[in-house]
Design a protein around this ligand. Structure first.
Ligand code: AMP
Length: 171
């Protein structure tokens, strides 16, 4: 049960949001290891060439999962962080928009990419991540998350791609 290693922090970063804090899980080596093995188990049936993580907590799980699976790792970052040529994708937030970037040479044409983030909420971030990987010629074959907030229906934005999560919350 990874749920007991996830701390609810009410009203962070703003009133009304219950933040799912994963640092207790990271503090427990066995729980962290089990979560990586659990994510690997969920996607064992997919043939993949690379794992992609979205800044910043997606790096923690994505990079560990890539090393565990013996695959390469692709970082998707906030604007202005990547030094080489980038492709860009913007997406809507509650107020305003956000942008993410990836190196244009991060994948070879047709490479099968497993998409990773710590948490699926409204799905906007991962939807943009999927579009970005497609833009540079990759094929996002599945998404895996540690946590899914079911009530926000983020899956609806990821139709056509299998979505897996280790812990699902319905409120
Ligand atoms: P979304 O684009 O709405 O699916 O939001 C997903 C991104 O925002 C992920 O990178 C999460 O790390 C972060 N996030 C959204 N809601 C929460 C939450 N309640 N607790 C922790 N992180 C969150």
């Amino acid at each position: 049960m990874i749920e007991r290693h996830i701390r609810d922090v009410p009203d962070f970063p703003k009133p009304g949001i219950v933040f799912k804090d994963i640092t207790p899980l990271l503090q427990d080596p066995k729980a962290f290891q089990r979560s990586i093995e659990g994510m690997a188990g969920r996607v064992a049936d997919f043939e993949i060439d690379a794992v992609c993580g979205i800044e910043s907590r997606g790096f923690i799980f994505g990079a560990a999962l890539a090393a565990h699976l013996g695959k390469s790792f692709i970082p998707i970052r906030k604007p202005g962080k990547l030094p080489w040529r980038t492709a860009t994708e913007s997406y809507e937030l509650e107020y305003g928009t956000d942008t993410i970037e990836v190196h244009t040479d991060a994948v070879e044409e047709g490479q099968r990419v497993l998409m990773v983030d710590d948490l699926l909420a409204t799905g906007g971030t991962m939807e943009a991540g999927v579009k970005l990987i497609r833009k540079i010629g990759g094929d996002p074959v599945a998404c895996v998350f540690l946590i899914e907030l079911d009530f926000l229906k983020g899956r609806n934005k990821l139709r056509g791609i299998p979505v897996h999560a280790l812990a699902r919350y319905d409120q």
